[in-house]
Design a protein around this ligand. Structure first.
Ligand code: PAF
Length: 282
């Protein structure tokens, strides 16, 4: 496994891989790796000759300084995990080389970001769009792998790839969960025992809402029921619980309103902000 600090080092390997017609898979991460990341890597390894993983905690996608300052960093453990997965290349740029100057560019994703994460985290998707563009320009992968847990991020990136004609295919990998249903996230590492127990309210609410919807209950009544559930949990502070059309990320009020639908949730559990989502398949 090669650990690279600069795009120039990768450029040499990329040129050789081009000559030998190797297909490149890419998994961008912010580190603190868990089984969810490993699923992305395993998927990449299945369909690519070379798998590149980047680890970079991207400062410009955090709208909250405290969240950035406390984002877990476990480089030694991450490298050991990647080595075990037989990853070919790890790209570990430092912030100064990635952003010699604060970018003047900003990205806007119109209606795709007017709700949910886009509404609650102003500037977040601009930061994601800029770093993913930079990484795609440096790595030039054939395929890139993203987790379905960040459903709106996937929609934004797919649209960016289309609008900017990136030659990278975006592959979405299902959310990996703990046995009790909690979606894996690097932020889970920061939950106390009590918060970890309370965090189950996200998946329990998603499952409950899905079952009620499929049983024919009206969405607004379901949402009220769930909001009450969150109010009753002292460690939780709900930001949103919405039914959306995953094709355009517009909020809907009935599953009959679009071909596909998903329920998305974001809530603080103590000081930790968690998100999750569940597709509704009638
Ligand atoms: O999903 C993430 O971990 C990040 O948003 C990403 C895609 C690595 C960009 O920093």
């Amino acid at each position: 496994m090669q650990v690279l600090k600069t795009g120039a080092e990768w450029q040499k390997i990329w040129l050789q891989s081009l000559q030998s017609q190797k297909i490149i898979g890419f998994v961008p991460t912010m580190g603190a790796l868990h089984e969810g990341h490993l699923d992305l890597i395993r998927n990449s390894k299945k369909s690519n000759d070379i798998t590149v993983v980047s680890i970079f905690v991207n400062p410009i996608q955090f709208n909250n300084q405290e969240d950035f300052d406390n984002y877990p960093s476990l480089i030694k453990e991450d490298l050991a995990l990647l080595e075990k997965e037989n990853v070919d290349v790890v790209y570990l740029p430092d912030p100064q080389s990635m952003y010699p100057e604060k970018p003047v560019l900003s990205m806007h994703f119109g209606d795709l970001e007017s709700v949910l994460e886009g509404a609650f985290r102003p500037g977040h998707f601009s930061g994601v769009g800029i770093i993913v563009s930079k990484l795609f320009n440096i790595i030039r992968p054939h395929q890139a792998f993203f987790g379905q847990k960040d459903l709106q991020q996937v929609a934004v990136i797919k649209r960016m790839v289309k609008d900017l004609s990136f030659q990278t295919e975006i592959i979405t990998v299902p959310t990996r969960r703990e046995e009790d249903g909690l979606a894996l996230s690097s932020r889970n590492l920061r939950l106390s025992k009590e918060e970890r127990d309370a965090s189950l309210i996200l998946i329990e609410s998603l499952n409950l809402a899905k079952n009620e919807l499929l049983a024919g209950k009206d969405w607004l009544a379901v949402r009220n029921q769930i909001q009450q559930k969150f109010e009753d949990e002292p460690l939780a502070n709900l930001e949103y619980f919405e039914l959306i059309n995953p094709d355009n990320f517009q909020v809907i009020e009935s599953i009959a309103q679009s071909k596909a639908s998903s329920i998305c949730v974001a809530s603080y559990i103590g000081n930790i902000r968690l998100i999750d989502n569940l597709p509704i398949i009638p």
